[in-house]
Design a protein around this ligand. Structure first.
Ligand code: ATP
Length: 242
C-alpha cells in the first residue's frame, strides 16, 4: 500500500493555477524525484502536501488516511516533513537546538538526537555552533536532520542541492542514502538530472502544473525526461499521472 497518495490536487496563487489536478503515490521506502522547469509547480505541490499552502481541491492521504484540512503542524505530527528550499534554520541557535526543536512534533521512532547525529556525522563537531555559522552543505544536513527528528513517514525535499558545491551535494546525497536505507519514503525536487537518475526509484515530470509523465527510473532515459521538461513529449502522454 502507498504511504502517500495525492489525488487530484490543485493549488493556486491568487488567480494563477500553479498545480492543476496532480495524482501521485509513494510507496514505503520509495524515492520519487519530481522534476520540471522553473515555475512548473513543484514547490507549490510540496508545500500543499505539507499543509503550508491550502489546496483548492483534491486529497492528500497518508497511510490511507485523508488529511483533509489538517494544518502544517498537524501534518508533521502525522508524519509529513518538509525540508524547504532555503533551509529556514534558526541561524543564531546552536545546531543541537535546531535539531531538538523538532521533537515538539511528538513523534517517536527510529530517529533520535543520537541516531540523527550518527547518520549525519558532519554535524558532530558542530553541535554547539550557531547554525548560521555553518557552510551551506552543513546547514542542509541540519535541515534534513531536523526533519528526521520528527520521524516522518514521508520526507519532502525541495531543491536540497541548490547553491551547494558539488562536494557538499555529494555529502547531502550520501546522508539521504542512509535515510532511504532506513525505509523513509521521499519526494525529492532536484534540477540535476544526473543526481535524479542516481538517487531515485521513480521520476515524475511536471509541466505547467501537471504531471505529464512518470515511470520507474530504470525505464526512463535522460533524453525522455528532458523532452518532458520542456514539453516536447507532453502531448503524447498527457494525463499519465502515475
Ligand atoms: P522553481 O523551480 O522556480 O521553484 P517550481 O516548479 O517549484 O519552480 P513553483 O515555485 O511552485 O514552481 O511556482 C509555480 C507557479 O506559481 C509559477 O508560475 C510561480 O511564478 C507561481 N508562484 C509561486 N509562488 C508564488 C507566490 N508566492 N505568489 C504568486 N505566484 C507564485
Amino acid at each position: 500500500m502507498s504511504v502517500l497518495e495525492v489525488v487530484g490536487i490543485a493549488a493556486s496563487h491568487g488567480l494563477l493555477q500553479a498545480v492543476r489536478g496532480v495524482d501521485l503515490s509513494v510507496a514505503a521506502g520509495e524515492r520519487l524525484a519530481l522534476v520540471g522547469a522553473n515555475g512548473a509547480g513543484k514547490t507549490t505541490l510540496l508545500r500543499t502536501i505539507a499543509g503550508i499552502h491550502r489546496a483548492a481541491s483534491g486529497q492528500v492521504r497518508l497511510d490511507g488516511r485523508e488529511l483533509g484540512a489538517e494544518p502544517a503542524h498537524r501534518r508533521v505530527a502525522s508524519g509529513v516533513a518538509l525540508v524547504p528550499e532555503g533551509r529556514r534554520l534558526f541561524a543564531s541557535m546552536s545546531v543541537a537546538d535546531n535539531l531538538r526543536v523538532a521533537t515538539s512534533a511528538g513523534r517517536t521512532g527510529r530517529w533520535t538526537f543520537e541516531s540523527v547525529v550518527e547518520a549525519l556525522p558532519q554535524l558532530k563537531p558542530k553541535l554547539k555552533s550557531p547554525a548560521g555559522s555553518l557552510s551551506g552543505g552543513q546547514q542542509q544536513a541540519v535541515a534534513i536532520g531536523r526533519a528526521l527528528m520528527t520521524n516522518p513517514r514521508v520526507l519532502l525535499l525541495d531543491e536540497v542541492s541548490l547553491g551547494l558545491s558539488p562536494v557538499a551535494v555529494d555529502g547531502v546525497y550520501a546522508s539521504l542514502a542512509v535515510v532511504a536505507r532506513e525505509g523513509t519514503s521521499m519526494i525529492v525536487v532536484e534540477q540535476d538530472l544526473r543526481r535524479v537518475f542516481a538517487v531515485s526509484d521513480r521520476i515524475a515530470c511536471m509541466l505547467e502544473g501537471r504531471v505529464v509523465a512518470s515511470g520507474d527510473t530504470t525505464d526512463m532515459t535522460r533524453d525522455e525526461v528532458m523532452g518532458h521538461y520542456f514539453g516536447h513529449r507532453a502531448a503524447a502522454t498527457a494525463g499519465d499521472g502515475r
